[in-house]
Design a protein around this ligand. Structure first.
Ligand code: IPE
Ligand code: IPE
Ligand code: MG
Length: 244
């Protein structure tokens, strides 16, 4: 019946006020446990969710998204889980490389990639290189990333440059230039699914004035409707940034 037809939900309108969304992809393990499955099963579904949410962010015209995939603290997990996550990452990158020409997303990696296997490092490098000239949505994957580690690295690099004769005139803009996120606008909105109300060492510098959206939804259940709710919540906020 024509009159009962449900109206298709309109995608959110993205304007200059929302350029960058960061996600802490949390809750994969609990999602699997709830289903009586091993945690790896949750990570595998989480990877699918990343693909889905990534496509959606690009389709609504978002300029930039950053996802927390593996923290500097996640090495504490059992070896089997860590290698399952790395295996999924390899699978993801191989598929992403195959689809890059079509998607035209620009991929970057935040974090110290040196402890990864040479094969994974090479895949990250290839992905970054292929997408260097693409102008679509910028997707940053945080891998072996920690906000504190990022700042320590920046300080070390700056200090060594000063020791080598560089003028010491550090300011906020300069600090930003020494981070993995150099040149990328700070996140406007940070979304953490999985029910935890903390940052877990994510983008400590960049999140200084970011709006936060926390939800109990576990990452593998995150969908377009939940993202629309987060964006609507963001659009209802007043960002005073210290003003009135
Ligand atoms: C997030 O999900 C994925 C990574 C940290 C790699 P978790 O694995 O932390 O899932 P929970 O929080 O234990 O449910
Ligand atoms: C944060 O989740 C890291 C990633 C999602 C990659 P964790 O599950 O590691 O965070 P905590 O341990 O609950 O703080
Ligand atoms: Mg977790």
């Amino acid at each position: 019946m024509l009159f009962n037809k449900r109206k298709a939900k309109k995608p959110p309108v993205i304007d200059g006020r929302l350029r960058h969304i960061a996600f802490i992809m949390d809750g994969n393990g609990r999602w699997a446990t709830e289903r009586g499955m091993p945690r790896e099963y949750g990570h595998s579904h989480g990877a699918e969710t990343f693909r889905k949410i990534g496509r959606y962010c690009a389709s609504i015209g978002l300029q930039c998204m950053t996802v927390y995939a593996f923290s500097t603290e996640n090495w504490k997990r059992p070896e089997a889980e860590v290698s399952a996550i790395m295996g999924l990452l390899k699978k993801y990158l191989l598929e992403a490389i195959g689809q890059m020409e079509r998607d035209r997303v620009k991929m970057a990696f935040f974090g110290d990639l040196s402890p990864l296997t040479p094969e994974l490092r090479e895949l990250c490098e290839r992905t970054r290189e292929i997408s260097r000239h693409y102008d679509g949505c910028q997707v940053n994957i945080c891998l072996n990333y920690g906000g504190r580690d990022e700042m320590v690295r920046a300080m070390r690099r700056y200090a060594s440059e000063v020791a080598n004769g560089r003028e010491n005139n550090i300011d906020e803009a300069e600090v930003s230039d020494y981070l993995f996120s150099a040149g990328i606008p700070d996140p406007d909105l940070m979304i953490r699914p999985g029910g935890e109300l903390r940052l877990s060492n994510f983008l400590l510098w960049q999140n200084a004035y970011t709006e936060f959206y926390f939800t109990d939804t576990l990452w593998p259940d995150m969908d377009e409707a939940e993202l629309d709710r987060a964006i609507a919540a963001y659009q209802g906020r007043k960002r005073r940034v210290g003003g009135i």
